[in-house]
Design a protein around this ligand. Structure first.
Ligand SMILES: [Zn+2]
Length: 351
């Protein structure tokens, strides 16, 4: 009899009475899927957390069902493109073919309709832009399951496409309770309520009813005011040519206090999937006045959050790693104090 190895003793000792053929043990817990597909009133289908999900957990990783060169989307007449797309999707092996044609369109669930127009509508509603490398043409990809995640303006999930493995990854950016709907942002959430609603109507044909959009009017007004402050701060902070003394006399908001305010506004607006962008600015502002320790703290937070929602291969993460390694050697060292001698370093690129 071959006994199942027990590592570290303790609670596992009882397992040593079983043979290797028992693996997995009947008493071992079956992994619980993180989500289940459900009909959601007013939204067609969505994904709900089937158990508590911790911040940072990868919820799914999918390779595309269909991948299309962006140049063909732009160059071909819609009829020709729809025909080619339909032929490609119709030739997919099952169950992928069924999963593709069962995706929602802006006009509701498609069910059994597998016409060319339906294939095009599915593509128009569900495709993600998935560039493979900088300078390469865009690819448009449709993924099963991931396309089922509905939009929210304070999303609890974020996704990024990993060109090395051709996988789309979805991560929880906050702790998610069982039964809570999984959401991602289809649009830039740093927009006023009216702008978000207009964009969602125009591109996806729905009005958003998320918690942020359903606030009473006086709180919508406060939220919109915070959004406008964020937009203004991003403009002034991304101008690396304004030295702090000059900015203070001109009432231009730059420097570490402005960076702290930006982080606070992101938190108040629930922009969990975008916090790395605020921390990035804060790290540069602290380094810009020569405070290496505080710059490193913000850079560490930027790295932690950025790695979660954008993957490892991003220029802004390299930038932050360089700052952490040697703040004084980083391009941003004391750039706010240099009275314009330095014209600033690399363009901000945390998006
Ligand atoms: Zn919303």
């Amino acid at each position: 009899m071959v006994t199942r190895p027990v590592f570290g003793g303790g609670k596992g000792d009882a397992a040593s009475t079983h043979t290797s053929a028992d693996w997995p043990l009947e008493s071992d817990p079956v992994p619980v899927p993180a989500w289940s597909e459900q009909n959601i009133p007013g939204k067609d289908v969505g994904l709900l957390a089937a158990r508590p999900i911790r911040r940072g957990e990868r919820i799914m990783a999918r390779t595309p069902a269909v991948m299309i060169d962006g140049a063909s989307v732009d160059a071909l007449p819609v009829d020709s493109f729809a025909g080619l797309l339909h032929d490609a999707a119709a030739s997919l092996p099952e169950p992928h073919r069924g999963q593709f044609f069962n995706l929602s369109t802006n006009y509701g669930s498609t069910g059994e309709d597998t016409s060319e127009n339906e294939a095009y509508q599915i593509f128009a509603t569900n495709a993600f832009r998935t560039g493979v490398a900088d300078g390469e043409p865009d690819l448009h990809s449709v993924f099963r399951d991931i396309s089922r995640i509905n939009h929210g303006c304070q999303p609890n999930c974020a996704y990024f496409f990993d060109p090395a493995t051709l996988t789309h990854n979805v991560y929880a950016v906050v702790d998610i309770m069982q039964g809570e709907e999984l959401t991602v942002a289809y649009i830039d959430p740093i927009q006023t309520n009216a702008d978000r609603q207009a964009k969602l109507h125009r591109h996806w044909g729905f009005g958003c009813t998320c918690a942020r959009c359903s606030l009473p009017p006086h709180r919508v007004a406060e939220s919109d005011d915070r959004v406008r402050s964020i937009q203004a701060l991003l403009t002034t902070l991304d101008d690396y040519t304004t030295p702090l003394p000059e900015a203070m006399s001109a009432n231009v908001t730059v420097g570490p206090s402005a960076g702290e305010l930006l982080v606070l506004l992101f938190e108040l607006e629930g922009l969990h999937a975008r916090m790395h962008e605020a921390e990035y600015r804060l790290a540069l502002e602290w380094n810009g006045v020569g405070d290496a320790l505080r710059a490193t703290q913000a850079a560490r937070r930027c790295l932690d959050r950025g790695l979660l929602v954008r993957g490892a291969e991003q220029a802004f993460l390299t930038n932050m790693r360089q700052l952490v390694a040697d703040p004084a050697a980083h391009w941003s060292w004391k750039f706010r104090l240099d009275n314009g001698e330095k014209t600033g370093g690399e363009k901000n690129n945390t998006k």
